[in-house]
Ligand binder design. Structure first.
Ligand SMILES: CC(C)(COP(=O)(O)OP(=O)(O)OC[C@H]1O[C@@H](n2cnc3c(N)ncnc32)[C@H](O)[C@@H]1OP(=O)(O)O)[C@@H](O)C(=O)NCCC(=O)NCCS
Length: 182
């Protein structure tokens, strides 16, 4: 049971209830998201597995992707696996899927101003600052830092050791036209 920091999640949508209500709420959210995949809105929930153990999630979200080509990301890792470079690794993996696999034009991310790990992942991967907004954090207003990574910036530091598997099969359900032949 988590009763204080480090919180398992730190995001406006996070649930700070005690276990097991928190886990039930999260599971309902994931099942709801999977049940509502459509061309106008999808959220892909990837599990992070290290040495056969699930240790976190890396989500990729697209809203009206066919029109805008934009995605957002969300992730969390179990506290004992943080701070070892895994956060950057999983963000790079899902960015590769978004840009190379789905043809995204731009990715965005945001985090509370003092979520140094999340903000640093964005900065280290070449995202540019994209303003601030406010959100509710356990009943208190808190500033959110926003980041964006254009395709142009992603290409400059794109990795060549990430393998995408069976992406073409998934495109129709996400409302994405397959890339032209050749
Ligand atoms: C955000 C999260 C996924 C990042 O993953 P991580 O594995 O901890 O991050 P990494 O080890 O890849 O570190 C990425 C960068 O942040 C820095 N960093 C990591 N933890 C940090 C901390 N507590 N304070 C300052 N910088 C930190 C690292 O030094 C690294 O920077 P570098 O490239 O300059 O070396 C993870 O910390 C997490 O699950 N946090 C709780 C959930 C959460 O807040 N999710 C985001 C919601 S918006």
């Amino acid at each position: 049971m988590v009763t204080g920091p480090p919180w398992p999640f730190d995001d406006p949508i996070s649930l700070y209830e005690e276990s097991p209500a928190r886990e039930w709420g999260w599971l309902r959210g994931i099942w709801r998201g999977r049940g509502q995949v459509s061309a106008s809105r999808w959220r892909l929930y990837f599990v992070v597995i290290v040495d056969g153990e699930p240790v976190g999630m890396q989500d990729l979200i697209g809203v009206d992707f066919a029109a805008f080509g934009t995605v957002t990301t969300f992730s969390w890792l179990s506290p004992e696996t943080r701070g070892r470079g895994l956060g950057k690794e999983i963000r790079e993996a899902v960015l590769h899927l978004a840009f190379a696999g789905l043809g995204a034009r731009e990715a965005s991310s945001d985090a509370f101003f003092d979520n140094h790990a999340s903000n640093r992942v964005s900065e280290a991967l070449g995202y540019q600052p994209n303003g601030v907004s406010w959100d509710n954090r356990r009943g208190e207003p808190a500033e959110i830092r926003q980041w964006r990574l254009t395709r142009e910036h992603w290409i400059k530091r794109k990795r060549d050791d990430i393998e995408l598997v069976a992406v073409a099969d998934c495109l129709p359900v996400l409302g994405i036209d397959p890339p032209p032949e050749g």
